[in-house]
Design a protein around this ligand. Structure first.
Ligand code: HPA
Length: 270
């Protein structure tokens, strides 16, 4: 596995100058942030040796490497989801490639449903912690010591200093940022109302279908992580209406400009 990650990383290194210090994983509808990267080098995933290949037509993602707010960054425009049928190893492969490229800070974003009834669609939420309900862990299997220990500490999965900085930035931008616990489910079904009630009882504020595997792998290798959820809808059963992917995309469209401004300022200051 390590060799495959090295092969992918060397290929990318041969295309770029210097090393990116910040990694960005852009969630559903939030990929536009990568369009703001200056002097971009874009590498479609399918061109990178050993990289997972997208099975869905027209759903191909790419890495965008360049400058954002004066910092060298590498962004994933499109991620791999467990529900698409990728193994946990494949879902998290790009995070390890980022590590070998030199990334020490990872900003992970996603679209999520709000379990917390006092939050609203369109709110941005700093992830304070997560609960893994995916029934899998990407680190199961032989441990790769070159990345990290067998039993990684997860007591500060989402870096406290980065969260403090992000809150200050939000205040300076007049953004009413929320905070809370993200529960990772596999999807692809949205939750049932009973599952949402369970999520609330368990201490969750948001539910989604990503992020948890990537963050586990990032923490294993010692990266500092900042997680931001765009709450695109109230989770199932809170409102008397069905959920749809259209609603999720519509909400990300609405918050796009404040999301962009927020993340750009974070990249500048951290
Ligand atoms: N549940 C799970 N994932 C999601 C949701 C949701 O309500 N909204 C956006 N992604």
């Amino acid at each position: 596995m390590f060799n495959k990650i090295e092969t992918a990383a060397s290929f990318i290194k041969s295309k770029i100058e210097g090393s990116p210090e910040i990694g960005l994983i852009l969630g559903s509808g939030l990929g536009v942030l990568a369009d703001e990267i200056e002097n971009p080098i874009t590498i479609p995933y399918h061109e990178i040796p050993e990289f997972p290949v997208s099975t869905v037509e027209g759903h191909a993602g790419q890495l965008v490497i360049g400058q954002l707010s004066g910092k060298k960054v590498v962004a994933m425009q499109g991620r791999f989801h467990f529900y698409e049928g990728y193994s946990m190893e494949k879902v998290t492969f790009p995070v390890r490639v980022m590590k070998l490229l030199g990334v020490e800070q990872l900003i992970v974003t996603n679209a999520a449903g709000s379990v917390n009834e006092s939050y609203q669609p369109g709110d941005l939420m700093l992830i304070t912690d997560h609960i893994n309900l995916m029934g899998a862990n990407p680190l199961i299997g032989p441990n790769e010591e070159r990345f990290g220990p067998r039993f990684p500490d997860m007591s500060e999965a989402y870096n406290k200093d980065l969260r403090t900085q992000a809150k200050k930035i939000a205040a300076s931008l007049g953004l009413d940022i929320k905070e809370g616990v993200y529960i990772g489910n596999t999807g692809p079904t949205y939750e049932t109302p009973a599952e949402v009630k369970m999520a609330r009882i368990l201490g969750g504020d948001a539910v989604g279908m990503s992020t948890v595997p990537e963050v586990i792998v990032a923490r294993h290798s010692g990266m500092k992580v900042l997680g931001i959820s765009c709450l695109t809808n109230m989770a199932a059963g809170i409102l008397d209406q069905p959920l749809s992917h259209e609603e999720v995309i519509e909400t990300t469209e609405k918050v796009k400009s404040s999301f962009l401004e927020f993340v750009k300022q974070i990249v500048k200051d951290i």
